[in-house]
Ligand binder design. Structure first.
Ligand code: ADP
Ligand code: MG
Length: 687
């Protein structure tokens, strides 16, 4: 069987099954082989029937004594009841709404059953177990480790297992891309073995071995990419920015607060890095509100004193202009030449000509610190650029950095800032080319935000609460989710919510509306009014403005909270709790929460205030298996790798570094090269 065989050619795959499989991204035998289970049910031990107790997952084998269909008397459900016995005893088995089972299994059949036990009215029974006749040659559904795949409702586990079993022989056709010496040295399974064992392991040990190999592949690919980046930069010259101790001390002493230990440490690491001749590549990670901006400002300030230029790039215009105003304040006594450069703005704390183009050119030539949006700054050639800081964007490939290179020969230092809570091991796995600075603590004066889940029935109370806070001269955000796909920016929902609030709920208040489709000048104006306290409640879409800093805002109401991911909710919530007063986050979840996980997610948010705990919780809620499938966290290529497996990450990193340092073009490793080039993620986010 070839890897490219379409699934419709397999046994028992009709048109509609093929369609359903396609929805899972499965079209060929190869796809099937790489569709790994997210966990296993362990049925490796068969339990004697008299040892079975309630509430367990068990595997038993025995003989069908009796089997019949019934109707349950209260509900209109079809019941299939059977009695199964082995030498030790007899147990009742029940299935719901699957009357065909009584056709498949007959008294006298030897069966293997796997499922959960329950007790009702004092009688123990096995409920809706997987079943197989023991005469079937190979037991794949009920004995040993049974793979469990993540599926949609139209395909069953049983069906998929059956198909994968058919496809499995083709695994030998998969090309081994890892060099033999790496396989040997790291004691990894050959790829074909790994694939077989990932689907149908004999025992947990085999399953782990398979995972390890497959996880290594992903981590290794990532690391190769990172190491290539690192290699390409390693011998590039960078401007040395000496540490200006006296002025830096003055800067720190003038701050209205004391730096946290984490801020000091991070600043120190950065200042040391830029005081070298090779380009810094660093990630500054700190939870929402941990005070990354001031750390960035310290580095930029040092660049300015040394008569170089530094750029701070924000993802949006609003953030850029907020950074501009907060950094201006920090730099007041120092005569630093500071400018703001976005699509709609070109301002500076020094004199600028009237004409737009001239204004911009003067900023580029003369400003010591330029704050702006990424796209814009990238379009200019900043002559003495020594440091580039990007806020909330993790990666910046060699090409991007090349573009920003000074007209001379020097490569700028690079710092990326993020509030995305990534544990150190994960950061290492994903951004192996970046050094990491972590700000672990929040400033001491912070009160933790009180987060409450509110049901639709209590909406009015939530409004009353907001009104109360506004009467105390505080302010509120109301965040609206997207209503439908066609409305990608959520303009519709936010707009109608805005009208409703303005006309019906809070006619006496000043309500503002901000969404992605407004012109920048308009957004600017609204944010300014909100910052100045002229707007009481700001209705905003989810797409707008993470990172805004309005300390007087103390309440945030999030509509349709169940639609957002934990990380995003945490980001929103970080917009309040920035001032002295107690702040609140109200999560309005619609009544029909079908998914119990949703409730758990929201509860997690009310329980934890820090991003890392939430990230861990998030992983847990997605199930042990999903630990391997971080699809929603934005690392699509990492499906198997255990991101908390420090050892494996280290191994992948070392192996990749060795190869890249020995053979940076991979000319001796054509298979690795091919794999790097065909991998979907290739350079995608390096562009
Ligand atoms: P983030 O890390 O989310 O970007 P910011 O840099 O915007 O956080 O800082 C959030 C707020 O905390 C700002 O108002 C800032 O002035 C304040 N801040 C920063 N560092 C400290 C500190 N050490 N003590 C008290 N407040 C601080
Ligand atoms: Mg920030």
């Amino acid at each position: 069987m070839l890897l490219s065989v379409p699934l419709s050619a397999l046994n028992r795959v009709g048109n509609s099954t093929a369609q359903h499989l396609k929805k899972l991204g499965l079209e060929t035998v190869q796809d099937l082989l790489f569709y790994f289970p997210f966990r296993y049910d362990d049925f490796s031990q068969t339990t004697p029937i008299n040892k079975v107790i309630a509430g367990q997952s068990v595997s038993i084998s025995g003989t069908i004594e009796l089997i019949q269909n019934k109707r349950s008397f209260r509900q209109k459900r079809q019941l299939t009841e059977a009695l199964v016995s082995d030498e030790s005893g007899t147990i009742k088995v029940i299935w719901f709404n699957q009357p065909f089972i009584a056709q498949n299994l007959k008294p006298g059949d030897l069966v293997s059953l796997a499922g959960k036990t329950a007790e009702s009215y004092g009688q123990l029974s096995l409920v809706s177990p997987q079943y197989e006749k023991t005469s079937d040659k190979q037991l794949i559904h009920t004995q040993g480790l049974v793979p469990v795949y993540s599926l949609t409702s139209s395909i069953t586990e049983k069906q998929l297992r059956f198909l994968i079993k058919q496809a499995l022989p083709a695994a030998t056709k998969i090309e081994e891309w890892l060099p033999a010496d790496i396989l040997k040295k790291l004691d990894l399974l050959p790829i074909a073995e790994a694939i077989k064992q990932a689907h149908f392991p004999q025992n947990l040990k085999e399953a782990q071995k398979a995972r390890q190999r497959l996880g290594f592949d992903e981590l290794f690919l990532r690391q190769l990419r990172s190491q290539t980046l690192k290699y390409q930069l390693q011998n590039k010259p960078a401007p040395k920015v000496p540490f200006q101790e006296i002025l830096t001390r003055q800067f720190v002493n003038r701050l209205p607060f004391t730096l946290t230990a984490g801020q000091k440490q991070a600043a120190w690491e950065i200042l040391q890095d830029i005081n070298r001749n090779s380009p810094m590549s660093r990630l500054l990670e700190g939870d929402v509100g941990s005070g990354k901006t001031v750390v960035a400002a310290m580095a930029l300030f040092n660049v300015a004193i040394n008569k170089y230029q530094g750029a701070l790039m924000a993802p949006t215009e609003i953030l850029a202009s907020q950074h501009y105003s907060s950094i201006s304040k920090l730099l007041v006594p120092f005569n630093t030449k500071l400018a703001l450069l976005t699509g709609s703005q070109a301002e500076a704390n020094f004199e600028l000509p009237k004409k737009k183009d001239e204004r911009r050119q003067k900023i580029i030539n003369e400003a010591e610190i330029i704050i702006g949006t990424q796209a814009l700054i990238q379009n200019y050639n900043i002559p003495r650029l020594a440091l580039v800081i990007v806020d909330e964007q993790h990666r910046f490939g060699v090409r991007q950095r090349h573009k920003l290179q000074q007209s001379g020969e020097l490569w700028p230092h690079f710092l990326s800032m993020t509030a995305t809570p990534i544990p150190r091991s994960l950061a290492l796995a994903i951004y192996g080319d970046l050094n990491l600075s972590l700000i672990k603590e929040l400033p001491k004066n912070r009160k933790s935000i009180i987060t409450k889940i509110i049901s639709e029935d209590n909406r009015q109370q939530a409004y009353d609460f907001i009104l109360q806070k506004i009467n105390l001269s505080q302010q509120a955000f109301i965040i609206c989710p997207l209503v439908d796909e066609s409305d990608k920016l959520g303009v519709k929902s936010a707009t109608s919510e805005y009208k409703h609030l303005k006309n019906e709920i809070f006619p006496q208040l000043n309500i503002g509306l901000i969404h992605g489709r407004l012109k920048s000048a308009e957004k600017e104006k609204i944010m300014k009014e909100f910052t100045e306290g002229k707007i009481n409640i700001l209705v905003a879409t989810a797409v707008v403005e993470v990172g805004v800093n309005v300390p007087n805002a103390s309440v945030m109401l999030i509509e349709g909270a169940e639609r957002f991911g934990l990380a995003q909710l945490h980001q929103f919530r970080g917009r309040v709790g920035r001032g002295d007063q107690q702040s609140y986050c109200l999560l309005l979840a619609s009544n029909d929460q079908q998914n119990p996980k949703t409730a758990l997610r929201l509860q997690a948010l009310s329980k934890y205030n820090d991003g890392l705990s939430l990230a861990k919780m998030d992983l847990k809620l997605r199930g042990a298996g999903d630990l391997y499938g971080l699809v929603q966290s934005g690392f699509p290529e990492l499906k198997i790798a255990s991101l908390f497996d420090h050892e494996l990450i280290k191994k992948a990193q070392t192996a990749a570094a060795e190869i890249i340092n020995r053979d940076p073009d991979l000319s001796k490793y054509p298979l690795i090269k091919k794999r790097l080039l065909t991998n979907k993620d290739n350079e995608a986010h390096l562009e």
